[in-house]
Design a protein around this ligand. Structure first.
Ligand code: GDP
Length: 457
């Protein structure tokens, strides 16, 4: 970033409520920037000792009217969350109190309302965190499951940033070798030797980056597994969806964007997020509308990690899976309350594509405990380990894919191209890796990253 952006930002002092929905017992109002100290003096009469709470009467600086009594904290920069002078007011969390304190703050010249993510953006600008840590913080605030919380925490404390540093270190070693070749190009054997030494470094790095891209566990923790419920009309899909959703009340929410044909609920399965989708009944399309519904259902099933194929076990038909997908299939023989065949008979139903069989009843809940436990195991097995540094965002994956492209190009032409061209490919790969942590080439990304934050963070 250039100095100009820095000075524009440092000129104003921002203020915003950082705590949650009002009315609440207490609201936290944060102020950051060169006039934070002045703001505290204007409202509280004096500055507290650094990092010590001061109980103070807060007054409006213009009218002198008493607003509230609360705790004031003073964090002089650079040892603060944003790296700037910061202050925090803990006041009573009523709407009118908060509005009055903010109004008083904005009456101090140079103090403006913070925008989304402004505090974190300043922390990043002042080197208090890298971009992966900022993203981790946004995820930590949004985390709904234990898995998401652990993952976000690892990212918020820089684990991915450190992994990226290790990758960059390897690349820098390779670049140094190749560049040594440039410097000693008049000596016959040095360039060739340096090149030969650099190659395994690049190969190893590429292999590691490919492995990191192939590892989907991190994304599984963040975004959750998708489990589709499919089957013929009236097999009991909706009933099962409701029965399962009711058991997992932790984060059951109606996600926006559900279509008439595909319904979704988010579940917390043993600490991991899963999205359960109920697809439209699959049968021969009778009308155009239904054909569209079936097409969408087919697509969602195709993308799912697991398909629960629901079969009406009390009916005369033999089960048969009528969709195409590489996903794992489990057979749920439903309406077990109406039929009297033991579970042991299920595999004999002849569904080679189903890797597991469950006899269930959406009506009386039979078999659902066993099914839920199996679903928890399924999700956990796929997500385990994914809390650790991983490429979880599209942005991070794209950067690594870009780096890999340059590394592959370098390796493909390793012995044919000049040291200069080789070094240039490696440099471009390094640039792509650096953008993950936000060290270079991220100006256009900043809005995308910080827009995700709420105001006051
Ligand atoms: P969908 O079309 O596959 O979504 O099926 P529904 O969930 O709408 O169920 C179709 C019918 O079967 C409804 O009348 C349900 O009450 C009934 N049903 C679903 N599950 C069971 C079950 O386990 N036992 C019994 N007896 N009826 C069920």
């Amino acid at each position: 970033m250039d100095g100009q952006e820095k000075s524009i930002i440092a000129n104003d002092t921002i203020a915003a409520v950082s705590s949650g929905t009002m009315a609440a017992a207490i609201a936290v109002i944060r102020v950051s920037g060169p006039r934070a100290g002045e703001a505290v003096r204007a409202l509280a009469g004096r500055l507290p000792e650094p990092r010590r709470a001061l109980l103070a009467r807060l007054r409006h600086p213009l009218s002198g009217e008493r607003l509230d009594e609360g705790l004031v904290l003073w964090f002089p920069g650079p040892a603060s969350a944003t790296g700037e002078d910061m202050a925090e007011f803990q006041v009573h969390g009523g709407r009118a109190v908060v509005a009055a304190v903010l109004d008083a703050l904005f009456s101090v010249p140079g103090i403006v309302a913070a925008e989304r993510g402004d505090f974190s953006r300043r922390a990043w600008l002042n080197g208090k965190m890298d971009l992966t840590e900022a993203e981790g913080l946004a995820d930590l605030i949004a985390a709904e499951t234990e898995g998401q919380r652990r993952q976000a925490l690892a990212h918020a404390f820089g684990h991915l940033g450190r992994q990226v540093d290790i990758w960059r270190g390897r690349l820098i070693r390779a670049m140094a070798l190749v560049e040594a070749g440039i410097d000693f190009s008049d000596e016959d054997d040095v360039p060739a030797e340096a090149r030969a030494l650099a190659r395994p470094e690049v190969e190893m790095l590429l292999a590691e980056l490919e492995a990191a891209l192939a590892d989907r566990r991190g994304a599984m923790v963040r975004e959750g597994a998708t489990i589709a419920i499919a089957g013929r009309p009236n097999a009991g899909k909706s009933s099962l969806m409701n029965a399962l959703a009711l058991r997992e009340v932790a984060i059951v929410s109606d996600e926006p964007g559900t279509t008439r044909d595909v319904l979704e609920v988010a579940l917390d399965l043993g600490g991991y997020k899963a999205t359960l989708i109920d697809t439209a009944g699959l049968r021969e399309a009778e009308g155009k509308v239904e054909a569209e519904g079936i097409r969408r259902a087919q697509r969602r099933i195709g993308e799912a990690d697991l398909v629960l194929w629901v079969h009406d076990f009390s009916g005369p038909e033999a089960p048969e899976i009528a969709v195409d997908s590489d996903a794992e299939f489990w057979l749920l023989a439903n309406k077990a309350d109406l039929a009297a065949v033991p579970t042991a008979a299920l595999p004999a139903l002849g569904l080679p594509r189903a890797s597991r069989h469950f006899l269930v009843s959406a009506a009386n809940g039979a078999g659902l405990d066993e099914l839920t436990a199996a679903l928890e195991q399924f999700v956990a097995a796929r997500a385990r380990g994914g809390e650790h540094p991983a490429l979880i965002r599209a942005r991070q994956r794209e950067a690594v894919a870009l780096a890999n492209g340059h590394l592959r190009a370098a390796l493909a032409a390793w012995d044919e191209i000049s040291e200069e061209l080789l070094a240039e490919e490696l440099r471009l790969a390094g640039r792509a890796l650096s953008s993950i942590a936000g060290r270079i080439g991220v100006e256009d990304l900043l809005d995308v990253v910080f827009r995700e934050f709420c105001i006051g963070k």
